[in-house]
Design a protein around this ligand. Structure first.
Ligand code: ADP
Ligand code: MG
Length: 607
């Protein structure tokens, strides 16, 4: 149908009850694009209506080089999502206020974005077309349709947004090129890490600290660097007597490495080698900030973020203590054995884990889901999981202590399983003995102090008795059984209010401890993935790690859309590791008892 038909229809609906909006479902041809009205909200306060714009490349005219590689495609899609969002926001500000009626009236919005460049279902680009998925709050006063406002919104405002945001000719080509090249270079850098024996790279000049504990924007910098402070931050700082400014990152000479990036050429910075890396230093000297930047180095960042060329191994996983979490059938025996009351630690379950058992479970689950690099911060760790010093060994016999602390397993973990660890530990020098690389943060600058720390370790021997044995211990795969989600797993029962909370039917899953989730859309996609894996792979015979591989490959082949029954614009790509983390926190999870494993032949059931 023609767009004029839509305008007429909307005018015709003016004053009628909100339900009549259902009549506009369908597809409309505008001069430049096609508009698909996929879902119409039931009332002005309900979740807004879902629409799509399909713009042929003959009109959008993006040069092939802006999307020809996977990196570029994701960068371009991210860029267009941001452009759409900006255009829609400024439209909302400048447009006639008459259609700001009840509820979401007058809203046009696309998936929200932060500092990370992620693959989202908000925008797609192919050689054929550009597709944008967004929501619209169809205008109403009370429950009465504001038809004229709706016609303005869809037939005047929307085409303007499309014009401004989705056509190559309207965009700042230099800015777009920078976005694309930055992302492609970051992907390239990340790919170089294994061959160089590195787990992370932090370039000189990077700005790691954030504006505040509740803002992911960069802290302003004092002089010229790669981070562009936001204007509002600058004004705020100028009013302060002693402005807080970020100290740009600078690698110690011995750990410095240089790369020659495909787009932007030479870059120098600190390479963190595989093995065991210890970050020490006084309180408030930037240790946790560095570790946080490494944890988020699994993602690419927008230019001006300050961390746009900080990269880490894609499976790097932040591990923390998380008392109170539920744990289901995890073999934590490498770290914890002979619990009081003879409770099994080879198949450990609890509704209410302690600091140490939760942290041990988090490690074992991460290994099961494919982590090869662990990131651990003393700030968020259980002390008794981390250390047990000589004096404590003397007072409390090993037989009376279920916990084998990480210090006694961290080397075995690397030697037996190839797992590297980056550890922030300013409070105990016992780790000097087991670390391969030791960094001291002083005034936000890392110094390489490995030799010095090793000399100190020799001079002041701790006389600790190693209690971890020569081997790391067993990794026992788990076979999850059917969930009791049932229809609760259907998309209608899936709610995501924030990045740290997933509601599946009646179950509220607390994701606050999964620190590498950054957008609510990832949590929404993870919720959909749990329902999807329940439908397709939870057969009581397939191990969790195999299930994760299946899901990864399904998404790689068919896209994130495969997780939901109809195309949604609010899903964001997540890692299998973080899906596993959410899955493992379901209180309704049950797994097969390990004794039966040997008899079971894992079979995969394809859809
Ligand atoms: P630590 O873990 O060593 O105690 P944090 O990483 O928590 O220290 O950092 C302490 C404070 O210093 C935080 O407010 C952080 O934002 C700030 N900060 C961290 N790195 C820098 C830097 N490079 N420049 C300026 N401030 C920084
Ligand atoms: Mg800290």
């Amino acid at each position: 149908m023609n767009h004029q038909v839509l305008a007429q229809l909307l005018l015709h609906l003016d004053g009628r009850s909100y339900k009549a909006y259902q009549e506009i479902r369908g597809r409309y041809q505008f001069p430049d694009f096609e508009l698909a009205v996929d879902h119409v909200q039931g009332d002005p306060f309900a979740a807004p209506s879902r629409l799509r714009v399909l713009l042929p490349q003959t009109v959008a005219a993006f040069p092939v080089q802006t999307y020809q590689t996977r990196s570029r495609e994701i960068a371009l899609r991210d860029y267009l999502t941001r452009q759409f969002s900006q255009a829609a926001a400024s439209m909302h500000e400048t447009s006639d206020s008459s259609y700001r009626g009840s509820g979401h009236s007058g809203l046009i919005a696309i998936a929200p974005t932060g500092q990370q460049v992620l693959e989202r279902t908000a925008v797609f680009v192919t050689s054929e077309q550009v597709e944008a998925r967004f929501v619209v709050g169809l205008p109403a006063r009370g429950r009465q349709i504001l038809g004229r406002a709706a016609a303005t919104l869809l037939c005047d405002d929307l085409p303007q947004i499309v014009e401004q945001a989705l056509k190559y000719i309207s965009l700042d080509a230099t800015d777009l090129q920078r976005h694309i090249e930055m992302v492609e270079d970051a992907d390239w850098l990340r790919q170089q890490l294994p061959a160089k024996g590195l787990v992370a790279f932090i370039p000189n000049g990077a700005v790691l600290p954030r504006h505040s504990g509740i803002s992911d924007q960069p802290l302003a910098i004092a002089f010229d660097g790669s981070a562009k402070p936001q204007p509002e931050i600058l004004t705020e700082l100028q009013t302060e007597t002693s402005p807080i400014v970020a100290i740009p990152f600078q690698s110690p000479a011995t750990l410095q490495i240089e790369f020659d990036r495909p787009n932007q050429g030479s870059i120098k910075g600190m390479g963190i080698p595989t093995g065991i890396t210890l970050i020490v230093g006084g309180g408030y000297h930037g240790k946790s900030t560095l570790l946080r930047a490494i944890a988020l180095g699994i993602y690419n960042h927008i230019p001006s973020d300050g961390r746009e060329q900080v990269v880490s191994h894609p499976t790097a996983t932040k591990i923390r203590a998380e008392d109170g979490r539920s744990v289901t059938g995890v073999d934590i025996s490498p770290f914890i054995s002979h619990l009081p009351q003879g409770r099994s630690t080879k198949h450990f379950s609890t509704e209410n884990a302690s600091g140490s058992t939760s942290q041990a479970s988090n490690v074992m689950e991460a290994l099961e889901a494919g982590a090869t690099v662990l990131l651990i911060d003393e700030d968020t760790s259980a002390t008794n999981f981390m250390i047990r010093d000589r004096r404590m060994q003397a007072l409390i016999a090993k037989a009376q202590e279920p916990i084998t602390p990480l210090i006694d397993k961290i080397r075995q973990l690397y030697q037996d399983c190839g797992i590297s660890t980056v550890l922030v530990m300013g409070g105990s020098g016992d780790y000097f003995d087991v670390a391969n690389t030791i960094l001291a943060m002083t005034d936000y600058r890392p110094q390489a102090v490995t030799a010095q720390a090793k000399a100190i370790a020799a001079q002041y021997a701790t006389a600790r008795i190693p209690e971890g044995g020569t081997q790391f211990g067993t990794l026992t795969p788990r076979v999850p059984l059917a969930l009791s989600l049932g229809s609760h797993g259907s998309p209608a029962k899936l709610k995501v209010r924030a990045v740290n909370e997933l509601i599946l039917g009646t179950e509220i899953v607390d994701l606050a401890a999964i620190e590498q989730l950054v957008e609510a859309g990832q949590v929404r996609a993870i919720g959909a993935a749990i329902a999807y894996l329940e439908r397709h792979y939870l057969n009581g015979t397939t191990p969790l790690s195999t299930i994760l591989t299946h899901i990864e490959s399904d998404i790689a082949t068919a896209g994130i859309d495969i997780l939901t029954p109809y195309p949604q614009g609010d899903l964001v790509r997540f890692r299998a590791l973080d899906l596993a983390a959410a899955f493992n926190r379901l209180r309704s999870l049950s797994v097969k008892k390990p004794e039966t494993f040997s008899n079971v032949k894992p079979t995969s059931t394809k859809r």
